[in-house]
Design a protein. Structure first.
Ligand code: GDP
Ligand code: MG
Length: 442
């Protein structure tokens, strides 16, 4: 894996303070191989490496990890950023209905299947009234294929009239969708084996008359080096709004995701994960990044090392939590730790129990800004109040709120969170207890 490769490159560097240019170049040679093995298109890999090199040179190496591990973390962060950040982007349906979603892509990329999958999702998860129409007059029985999928999903399809041109079918679909008060009209277009002018002209004409709100490029994640050409041609031909990456269930290493995102500049919105009609998921950049590099372990290791708080302090806190002694001083220490670790986002997914704790925090209205506010609230408590939050009556709460420049309800939120955390900690205890927590903060 890339981890091993980089380990070799950096073994001789153990203990140095910062990454220098030559070290980084050596490492990037290995990263490049890993990217190409993951099917990232060559020009995209090159661009990516330039970006990472710039970030990595001069970067301080954390005490407890090797330079190789540090580089992996930098590479991973840049990958996640290039794949769209932490954010999961869904469909934008904010328009007057019928909102048109147009699916484009090469033949066999999975357009028709994805059309039905998305229609099913919109119908079942969002309660939308959906209609599908096939504009594929090239492939024999393509329209019938969509009709069958319509029956399977319970989504209406436009009745087939043979001999109509794609643009005429689109016009008819729009009329029909309006008449039937359809919320979302999905247009499944024809593909070709390769991008050609005739296909592009057809896509443009259909887009012109249907003014789609979403134009989704459907791409097989096994596309590999050809991904760049496909993305460039479709980007030049129509105004894409996003990408659907299919066959992520196969042995694809996810490289096409990076290529697509880099060339189209559009978010990857969904990933197809099988032939079944519910095998579609929102696209998660973080997961695909670790798939490309194949090294989630190293990344979380470095994340843990990046926690500024000493391990002993974390264990002390954990122990107090388990014993039910977790007071406001401890909570404050914890809040600061979270801030140092890069806020709440960082905590997600590092260990099973943390998801629960995080959900509890979210439920009590917690976000990164709130971390700072809560710190201020605890700051205006007396030492005694911090040790024994149960002392806080209405009068004390009012004083504390005023002292922190906050409202009494903010104080109440903090107290509630303190309780919720106590409860979440009990859950963690059940799931593995102190050892698990130590690993999280250590
Ligand atoms: P189109 O020509 O772009 O309309 O492609 P189709 O939707 O007809 O799909 C072609 C083939 O790929 C079909 O056999 C689908 O079942 C299959 N397919 C589509 N999406 C996926 C996916 O996410 N995973 C897998 N394993 N197969 C898929
Ligand atoms: Mg099709």
């Amino acid at each position: 894996s890339l981890s091993d490769r980089l380990g070799g490159v950096f073994d001789r560097l153990r203990g140095r303070g910062a990454l220098n240019e030559q070290d980084v170049r050596d490492a990037m040679r290995e990263v490049r191989v890993a990217l190409l093995e993951a099917d990232v298109a060559l020009p995209v890999a090159r661009r990516f490496i330039d970006a990472v090199t710039e970030k990595a040179v001069g970067h301080q190496v954390l005490k407890s990890v090797t330079p190789g591990q540090q580089v992996v973390k930098i590479v991973n962060d840049e990958l996640v950023a290039m794949l769209g950040g932490e954010e999961v982007v869904g469909l934008n349906l904010e328009a007057r209905p019928p909102v048109v979603v147009m699916m484009v892509g090469l033949q066999g990329s999975g357009k028709t299947t994805s059309t039905a999958k998305l229609a099913k999702l919109l119908k079942e998860k969002q309660g939308k009234k959906v209609m599908m129409a096939s504009l594929d007059v090239n492939r024999p029985a393509a329209q019938e294929q969509l009709a069958v999928l319509g029956e399977q999903t319970g989504v209406a399809t436009l009745p087939i009239i043979k001999g109509q041109a794609p643009v005429d079918i689109a016009t008819r679909a729009l009329q029909s969708a309006k008449l039937q008060a359809v919320d979302v009209l999905m247009l499944d277009t024809a593909g070709r084996l390769h991008v050609d002018d005739a296909l592009m002209a057809e896509m443009k004409a259909v887009a012109a008359i249907s003014t789609p709100q979403e134009v989704l490029l459907v791409v097989d994640s096994l596309t590999g080096q050809d991904a760049v050409n496909v993305a460039q041609s479709f980007t030049a031909g129509v105004d894409l709004t996003g990408v659907v990456l299919t066959r992520m269930d196969g042995d694809a290493r996810g490289g096409a995701a990076l290529s697509m995102r880099a060339v189209t500049g559009k978010p990857i919105k969904f990933a197809g994960t099988g032939e079944k009609l519910d095998a579609i998921e929102p696209f998660h950049p973080g997961r695909v990044a670790s798939r490309i590099l194949g090294m989630g372990d190293v990344v979380s290791l470095v994340e843990k090392a990046a926690a500024v708080v000493e391990k002993e302090e974390a264990e002390r806190l954990a122990e107090r939590m388990m014993k039910g002694q977790f007071d406001m001083n401890d909570l404050r220490s914890q809040l600061r730790q979270m801030q140092n670790m890069g806020g709440l986002g960082m905590l997600a997914g590092m260990m099973p129990g943390m998801k629960k704790a995080k959900a509890a925090m979210a439920a009590s209205g917690m976000n990164d800004k709130v971390l700072v506010h809560m710190d201020a609230i605890i700051g205006s408590m007396t030492p005694k109040e911090r040790q024994r939050p149960e002392l806080l009556n209405a009068k004390r709460k009012k004083r504390i709120a005023a002292g922190a420049g906050m409202e009494v309800q903010d104080v109440n939120k903090l107290l509630k969170m303190h309780q919720e955390m106590g409860r979440a900690m009990k859950q963690i205890k059940k799931m593995g207890g102190l050892k698990g927590l130590g690993a999280l903060f250590g």
